[in-house]
Design a protein around this ligand. Structure first.
Ligand SMILES: Cc1ncc(COP(=O)(O)O)c(C=O)c1O
Ligand SMILES: N[C@@H](CCCC[NH3+])C(=O)O
Length: 415
């Protein structure tokens, strides 16, 4: 197999015995991340886009081990907050391999990012509003700046993840050349950027191509740019029978839509790098037959994996403990006191018994990252797999971790 590995890794491709033993050893719920698969996904992107600058969108999975793997695999880091930027530097990225994309950035973020820029003057800051340029200038910034355009065309697996045409993101594309002209003397204008949205596949590919075409036109209208970044968003197959993206074809279409530009192509995928490198394991604690279905209660819920509740996202599920049991229709629901705390609805599953272990596929992207402590429910541990075997990359949170932020009235110091 090439260094890029197969085009897709499905839930059924994971080693069932290994997952069962990991849950035995490290408990449940448990995120498992395979670092070799992360490296393969990076390599496949590099093979498809050999000429492009590729930055990993850190927000998909910020774990240190993942970031180190991505860095070693040759991708740069695209950070959406000061916290992500700090994590990228902690994982050893050099300044010239770090980009920070500001979205209505809080002052504290700008303070931190500018202080990192003072020590690493070759990092790049992408801005989506003129206010952000002014606020950076007030802090003395005159470094590498990229303008984020709102190209008026978006794409993605759900309305809530389509960014390209949402007013929140970027500067209306027709205003970008004037702003570029204005800021040229004040900063080092190095690029233009746009991002269509997340989870692009199938029909959305034509919208993505249109975005790239508009960005090619924009890049040609601004001389002297180093790069034109057309964002991330490459989708992965969540359904078992969904074909993977033909990344080579996407790359060819991207080049064609972009056309000749003085600026180099840049992309910033997140999901594609980590989605199929991760699974979520969860123990069944309740099995309840009701008239229409079988309710399967699990120790993971919307606080562990938010995507089904937030986007009605589909994650493949299998019963690792009892794969050969008769299949029944189930609703798989977590322990959170919310009706939307459902991980899978109307889902055929080998009928589980209490104590069985379920696995949820494609949990590596926006899984742990979107976990929360709602209902005072601690976040689970994450184990990573590498050549040395499994190791805990993030320990399980405890209730004490959550309550430690509390202050009593006597600890309150009035202003
Ligand atoms: C600006 C930007 N870049 C990159 C990404 C990564 O997207 P994805 O994980 O779908 O590749 C996102 C998320 O949608 C984003 O907002
Ligand atoms: N969190 C989204 C995608 C990322 C959006 C970031 N702009 C998802 O899980 O699909």
């Amino acid at each position: 197999m090439s260094a890029g590995g197969p085009a897709v890794r499905r839930l059924a491709d994971w080693d069932r015995e290994q997952l069962l033993s990991l849950a035995d050893e490290f408990g449940s719920p448990l995120y498992v991340t395979d670092l070799q698969r992360v490296a393969e996904n990076c390599q496949r992107l590099r093979d498809a886009f050999p000429e492009a600058h590729i930055s990993y969108a850190v927000k998909a999975h910020t774990g240190q081990a993942v970031l180190e793997t991505v860095r070693e695999a040759g991708l740069d880091a695209e950070c959406a907050s000061a916290g992500e930027l700090v994590r990228a530097f902690d994982a050893g990225f050099e300044g010239n391999r770090v980009r920070y994309t500001a979205v209505n950035p809080p002052s504290a973020d700008l303070d931190i990012v500018v202080s990192y820029w003072e020590d690493h003057p070759n990092l790049t800051i992408t801005v989506g509003a003129e206010d952000t340029i002014d606020r950076l200038r007030e802090r003395g910034f005159d470094g590498r700046l990229c303008l984020r355009a709102n190209p008026g065309v978006g794409a993605g697996h759900h309305e809530k993840v389509r960014t390209g045409a949402h007013a929140k993101f970027g500067i209306p594309i027709d205003r970008v050349p004037d702003i570029a002209e204005r800021v040229r003397d004040e900063v080092d204008l190095v690029g233009v950027h746009a991002h269509a949205g997340s989870g692009i596949s199938g029909d959305d590919l034509s919208a993505h191509r249109e975005l790239v075409r508009r960005m090619g036109d924009l890049a040609r209208s601004i001389p002297g740019l180093e790069f034109v970044d057309v964002g991330g968003g490459f989708g992965v197959p969540y359904h078992e029978d969904e074909p993977p993206l033909d990344l080579g074809a996407v790359a060819d279409a991207t080049r064609e839509a972009l056309g000749e530009t003085e600026a180099d192509l840049a992309i910033e995928p997140g999901r594609y790098v980590v989605a199929d490198a991760g699974v979520l394991l969860s123990e069944v604690n309740t099995v309840k037959d009701v008239p229409e279905t079988t309710v399967v209660g699990t120790d993971a819920g919307m606080t562990t994996l938010l995507r089904p509740a937030m986007y009605d996202a589909y994650h493949a599920v299998s019963n690792l403990s009892r794969p050969d049991a008769g299949v029944v229709s189930t609703i798989i629901a977590g322990p959170v006191c919310e009706t939307s705390d459902v991980l899978a609805d109307d889902r055929p599953l080998a009928r589980p018994e209490r104590g069985d272990l379920l696995a949820f596929g494609n949990a590596g992207a926006y899984g742990y990252e979107m976990a929360s402590t709602y209902n005072s429910r601690p976040r689970p541990a994450e184990v990573v797999l590498d050549d040395d075997g499994p190791r805990v990359a993030r320990r399980a949170e405890t209730i004490e971790d959550i309550t430690t932020l509390e202050r009593t009235a006597s600890e309150h110091i009035p202003n």
